[in-house]
Ligand binder design. Structure first.
Ligand SMILES: [Zn+2]
Length: 429
């Protein structure tokens, strides 16, 4: 169960305030978490700064630096280019037999994952501790931070690609209707009519050799994607390469943000810091067209990985109560076109991180705490894989993680549209 010490901290805070004491009398974390107290919360898009997050140019500089100070332990490689020609990089560290693939910022307005990955690569590349040695000897970690750099530079969800560019690359689609996940309207405060793009986290297919076919369009959220975008193809190629090298990719993690205004189910004045999940698709054994993946699909392993994440955060909540506000992401999604869905069908254990607030609703608020929550969760999971402890965890503990409470936000145009939009999931995950 989550450690519950925040209430005490808040009482202390209130008392001190009444007595005229300054906030600096409080432990810094308690004061910062106080800001998280739910009173009102808005998901209306705002023009908020993101300059404390790592942009694409800074990412290149930082990866270079990490490669250098790691003495070659971290190998940085350019995988290819985004649709607008920006480099997509991977960073690989470790020589172990278990391959772990980590991606961030597939949605460009979900930036904490990139900073957490840089912190992680820096540590595992340079630490001489026994723990780091074990990670490097047991694991081969491949991180692809900021995999959608065009969306990231625009601080928006979608990439920057038109349907005309797709049909130029895939002439067999010239008679097709555009894919259902092609944005040409206003969304989350971004005007896609002037600069269209795709939700590329619906562009994956569990068949890693899939080639787009006219009859598969426009598709739906319950169907597989197509590898239309250069960004998803770059990740697919890494996944396929690791599968060839290791037989399977042990674990795949994708780092996201969700709405800013979800509260804990039993504590309506506390916001959810992070929702996690290991379940993204219906059981392939009973899903027409996906039966061939049933033998490889391993939901229990994904549950164990999520338990390792949750355990680490609950332990850290002793010092930082907000880390205890962890819930399960909704468990009724069926999204085989997501990276997590497609790679789970290929047999990888899968973990979704959804930290609080898109960058246009929270901006840089809570940045350090949210980045740290991702780091702590990843650290616990990787340690558990490296030690083998993950195999002794009980998948039933996953089902005991509380569900997300209600969204208490005041909403915005997009939140209202969510109610009757059949493409409801375009705004989440
Ligand atoms: Zn997302």
């Amino acid at each position: 169960m989550p450690v519950r010490r925040r209430s005490a901290a808040l009482i202390a805070f209130s008392t001190l305030t009444l007595l005229g004491a300054t906030v600096t009398a409080l432990p810094a974390h308690a004061a910062q978490d106080q800001v998280m107290l739910a009173t009102t919360c808005s998901e209306t898009p705002r023009d908020l700064p993101v300059n404390q997050f790592t942009d694409h140019r800074e990412l290149g500089v930082e990866l270079d630096r990490i490669e250098r100070v790691s003495g070659g332990r971290v190998e940085v490689e350019q995988l290819g280019h985004s649709n607008r020609g920006r480099a997509i990089w991977s960073a690989r560290v470790g020589t172990g037999r278990k391959a772990v693939l980590l991606t961030s910022e597939i949605h460009g307005n979900e930036k904490t994952g990139t900073d957490a990955l840089l912190d992680l690569l820096d540590w595992v590349g340079t630490s001489e501790s026994a723990k780091a040695e074990r990670w490097r000897s047991e694991l081969t970690i491949v991180a692809i931070p900021k995999m959608n750099p065009d969306g990231a530079e625009l601080d928006r969800r979608g990439n920057d690609m038109t349907w005309q560019e797709v049909t130029a690359r895939f002439p067999q689609l010239r008679g097709s209707r555009p894919a259902w996940n092609y944005y040409t309207r206003s969304l989350q405060g971004d005007d896609y009519s002037a600069r269209p793009g795709f939700d590329i986290n619906r562009d994956y297919h569990p068949n890693l050799d899939y080639v787009p076919r006219e009859e598969d369009f426009p598709g739906t959220s319950a169907q597989t994607g197509w590898y239309l975008s250069p960004e998803t193809r770059a990740v697919r190629d890494v996944y396929r390469g690791l599968t060839a090298e290791f037989g399977e990719v042990d674990t795949y993690v994708d780092l996201h943000h969700q709405g800013a205004c979800y509260v804990m189910p039993a504590e309506p004045d506390e916001f959810v810091t992070l929702s996690i999940s290991g379940r993204f698709v219906d059981d392939p054994a009973t899903t027409p067209g996906l039966e061939q993946y049933a033998d490889r699909y391993d939901l229990d392993y994904s549950k164990r990985l999520n338990v390792a994440v949750n355990n680490a955060l609950q332990a850290a909540a002793a010092n930082r109560p907000a880390f205890g506000n962890i819930t399960l992401y909704p468990q009724d999604t069926n999204l085989p076109g997501t990276g997590l869905g497609s790679f789970a069908l290929n047999g990888s254990g899968t973990v979704l991180f959804e930290v609080r607030g898109q960058t246009q609703t929270l901006g840089q608020q809570h940045r350090a705490m949210l980045v740290r929550s991702v780091y702590v969760g990843l650290d616990g999971m990787l340690s558990s894989i490296a030690s083998g402890q993950v195999n002794r965890l009980d998948p039933a503990d996953y089902d005991r993680i509380p569900p997300r409470g209600p969204n208490i936000g005041t909403g915005g145009a997009d939140a209202e549209r969510r109610v009757d939009d059949p493409r409801v999931d375009v705004l989440e995950h």
